[in-house]
Design a protein around this ligand. Structure first.
Ligand SMILES: C[S@@+](CC[C@H](N)C(=O)[O-])C[C@H]1O[C@@H](n2cnc3c(N)ncnc32)[C@H](O)[C@@H]1O
Length: 276
C-alpha cells in the first residue's frame, strides 16, 4: 500500500474546499487525527496524493459522504463509563425531579446507544413521561441507526453488566425485543427521543436544556472549536443546568471555568452558573 505524505498545505486546501463546497468545517479539528483519516482515505482510493482527493471530493458527492464518514469516529456504547450514569441517577436526577419538564440534549450521539441508556434510567426513576431527549449528530448514517434503535445482540451482555454497575434496577431485556441476531428498543423509550442532524460547528443552540451530554466529541476539536461548542452549550442550558463531558475532556479556559462550576471533577460533571 502507498504511504501518503499528507502535506499540510494540501490538507489545508482540502479542508477549505470542503468548507466552501459543502459547508462542513473541519479546519479546527485536532490536526493529528484529521491527517490520519485523510491519509487513510487517500491510501484506500485510487489516488496518489491529497491534491487529487480535493478534485474528487469537490465533484463527487458520494465520495464526499465517504469522506464525511471518515471524519467522524462513531464509537459508542450503552452506559459507557457506568459510574457517570450512576452519578446522574443518584445526584442529578434529584434536582431534575423538581422540574415539570426535563429537556436533555445528547450532542454527538453517534448511533444512539447512550441516549437509549438515558431513557431507560429516566423510566426507572419515574421521569421519562415528562422528559424530552434530543439526540443530534452531523453524521446522517449514524443518526439513521440511532433512529431505528436496532442493534446487534452480541453487545448486549456487556451492556447488561454496565447497566447494573450504573445502578440499573431491572434487566436490560425488559426494554427491547429480540429478532434473530438483533434487538430493537421499545417504542415507549423511542417516543421520547427526537433525532436530528446538528453540526456543533455551525448550527444554533437548543433552548432551555436542563442537561447536556457531550462526551467524547470535543476531544476531536482544537481549542478554538472546543470553546465555540462550550459557548453553544452555555447558550442552550437553563441557569443551573448540567453539562457532562467525556473523561478525557476539559473546559480549557478561565472563561469557561467562570461559567461552569465543576460538581464532579472525576466524571466531568458541571453546573452552569451564568446560563440563560
Ligand atoms: C466518539 S462519538 C461519541 C458518541 C457518544 N457521545 C459517546 O460518548 O459514546 C463522536 C461523535 O461526534 C460526532 N461529531 C463530530 N463532530 C461533530 C460536529 N461538528 N457536530 C456534531 N457531531 C459531531 C461524530 O459524528 C460522532 O458520532
Amino acid at each position: 500500500m502507498k504511504e501518503i505524505d499528507t502535506v499540510p498545505f494540501e490538507v489545508n486546501q482540502l479542508l477549505e474546499a470542503v468548507y466552501f463546497r459543502y459547508g462542513y468545517d473541519f479546519r479546527h479539528y485536532a490536526r493529528g487525527s484529521i491527517e490520519r483519516r485523510i491519509r487513510y482515505r487517500v491510501e484506500h482510493s485510487e489516488l496518489e496524493n491529497v491534491s487529487q482527493m480535493i478534485a474528487k471530493v469537490m465533484h463527487d458527492p458520494d465520495y464526499f459522504n465517504l469522506f464525511l464518514n471518515d471524519m467522524s469516529v462513531t464509537v459508542t456504547e450503552m452506559f459507557r463509563d457506568p459510574l457517570v450514569f450512576k452519578s446522574i441517577r443518584n445526584q442529578l436526577f434529584l434536582r431534575l425531579k423538581t422540574y415539570s419538564r426535563i429537556n436533555i440534549w445528547h450532542a454527538g450521539c453517534a448511533t444512539g446507544e447512550e441516549v437509549y441508556a438515558m431513557a431507560i434510567m429516566l423510566e426507572e426513576e419515574g421521569l421519562l413521561e415528562r422528559s424530552q431527549l434530543y439526540a443530534t449528530d452531523f453524521n446522517n448514517h449514524s443518526l439513521a441507526v440511532a433512529k431505528e434503535g436496532i442493534y446487534s445482540q452480541q453487545h448486549m451482555s456487556k451492556y447488561q453488566k454496565s447497566y447494573k454497575k450504573s445502578g440499573g434496577k431491572k434487566k436490560l431485556t425488559d426494554y427491547y425485543h429480540t429478532k434473530h441476531e438483533h434487538i430493537k428498543f421499545d417504542q415507549g423509550l423511542r417516543q421520547h427521543i427526537t433525532f436530528a442532524n446538528h453540526n456543533l460547528v455551525k448550527d444554533k443552540e437548543f433552548a432551555q436544556m436542563h442537561l447536556i451530554m457531550c462526551r467524547n466529541v470535543l476531544i476531536y476539536f482544537d481549542h478554538q472549536l472546543q470553546q465555540l461548542a462550550l459557548n453553544l452549550f452555555k447558550c442552550s442550558l437553563i441557569d443551573r443546568g448540567y453539562l457532562i463531558l467525556g473523561r478525557e475532556e476539559a473546559l480549557g479556559s478561565a472563561a469557561m471555568h467562570a461559567v461552569f462550576e465543576s460538581i464532579d471533577a472525576k466524571y466531568r460533571i458541571y453546573r452552569c452558573s451564568a446560563c440563560a
